[in-house]
Design a protein around this ligand. Structure first.
Ligand SMILES: *[C@@H]1O[C@H](CO)[C@@H](O)[C@H](O)[C@H]1NC(C)=O
Ligand SMILES: *[C@@H]1O[C@H](CO)[C@@H](O)[C@H](O)[C@H]1NC(C)=O
Ligand SMILES: *[C@@H]1O[C@H](CO)[C@@H](O)[C@H](O)[C@H]1NC(C)=O
Length: 357
């Protein structure tokens, strides 16, 4: 009898506690939604003859995957779209204000080539604003740094496909879902912009690891979506335990979509982006969000510290026209990266808006 009551009571306490924690996280969500008067990530693409924001030929050191005009892309319409949120207007990117505002600060992009894509767009935007300023470049194994000397602003790239560690051991290269040693470098930076996804779905021949370690288990392979969730969770725990968010702003660049499957935008039979010259007009993408963005959203919703989701997924899905396709000097169809100038400039406008709010 007594133990029955005890069991009943502990069940009741458990229910009350979990109700409490549920409603408090719901409150937090509502608050963060209310604080944003306008959701800048909901909107549509509009033609704007004042675009693009710069001429990419004046922008040094662009990686060829992004330098579509240099590699002969004949059409220009894709350069002339501005993102128009439903309930407000985005501030135009002001590179000089950006440099003055973040004087003395370091901003680091951490992730795969889509981080490089956004970083190179940001560098073009900044260099266009202050074409005669002194710039120092500095590269080593894992970090590329560009310093705007007159402003003491550093824009950095830390190349990391998975955010968690890969280590070479006796058996081969092991992707360690529970380990994030590079965090010790990242946490001293003022603004961190993370991204990871595309390498999780690489085919076996192209993946840079031989085994996956989760806890004490070493596996030859596992469900990649589950692995992605575990790695993101490791990252999220690291943010909560190690990042002082009163000093360091943490941003996650949402899942960047690709366009290899026309059935996603109601053109079954289309197998790449080579014929796409215009965005999808309207505010929604026929196939909805990719599965990985639900994983990302779920992990982010469990972080206690403030992390901003740069929610570029839907607005980029609408831009089937904004990839290099074959205009990359590589003889290879690319519907994953994005032309610069182009869509990543909008990502940076949104980043700028997120940072100044
Ligand atoms: C990101 O934006 C899209 C499009 O507005 C929306 O459907 C999705 O729910 C957003 N994700 C989050 C976590 O706010
Ligand atoms: C790489 O460069 C960064 C930033 O310029 C610096 O902090 C770091 O110590 C360098 N690492 C090595 C191994 O030289
Ligand atoms: C891309 O799509 C076009 C037209 O749909 C097709 O002719 C071409 O073979 C495709 N190219 C590649 C590399 O898939």
């Amino acid at each position: 009898m007594a133990s029955g009551i005890l069991r009943y009571c502990s069940l009741a306490i458990f229910v009350i506690l979990s109700c409490f924690s549920l409603s408090s996280s719901e409150n937090m969500l509502q608050k963060s939604v209310r604080k944003e008067k306008c959701n800048v990530y909901e909107g549509r693409w509009v033609y704007d003859k004042s675009y693009p924001l710069y001429d990419s030929s004046a922008c040094p050191n662009l990686r060829r995957e992004f330098d579509c005009q240099k590699y002969g892309r004949p059409d220009h319409l894709y350069l002339k779209y501005r993102w128009q949120p439903n309930d407000c207007t985005l501030p135009r990117f002001d590179g000089e204000d950006f440099l003055n505002r973040f004087k003395g600060k370091k901003i680091m992009f951490i992730g795969d080539s889509l981080s490089l894509n956004q970083m190179q767009s940001l560098l073009c935007l900044l260099q266009t604003a202050v074409p005669h300023t002194n710039i120092i470049r500095h590269n080593n194994d894992s970090i590329s740094t560009v310093i705007f000397q007159d402003y003491d602003v550093s824009v950095m790239l830390f190349h990391s496909e998975y955010l968690v560690d890969t280590e070479v051991e006796k058996i081969g290269r092991v992707l360690k879902l529970d380990s994030i040693k590079n965090g010790n470098v990242w946490k001293n930076v003022d603004i961190l912009v993370f991204n990871s996804w595309h390498w999780w779905i690489r085919n076996v021949a192209k993946q840079p690891w031989d085994y996956i370690q989760t806890g004490n288990k070493i596996l030859k392979d596992m469900d990649h979506m589950v692995a992605f969730r575990e790695a993101l969770t490791t990252w999220a725990k690291w943010v909560d335990s190690d990042v002082d968010t009163t000093k360091t702003r943490v941003i996650f660049q949402g899942i960047s979509p690709n366009h290899y499957s026309g059935k996603n935008w109601n053109e079954p039979g289309v197998k790449n982006c080579s014929m796409e010259k215009q965005p999808i007009m309207g505010t929604t993408y026929p196939s909805g969000l990719p599965a990985a963005s639900y994983v990302l959203q779920d992990v982010l919703s469990r972080i206690k510290k403030p992390v901003h989701l740069l929610n570029i997924t839907t607005l980029s899905q609408l831009r089937k026209d904004a990839h290099p396709s074959s205009y990359n000097g590589l003889n290879r169809m690319d519907c994953s990266h994005w032309c610069v100038a182009g869509l990543p400039d909008t990502w940076n406008q949104l980043l700028y808006a997120a940072l100044i709010n």
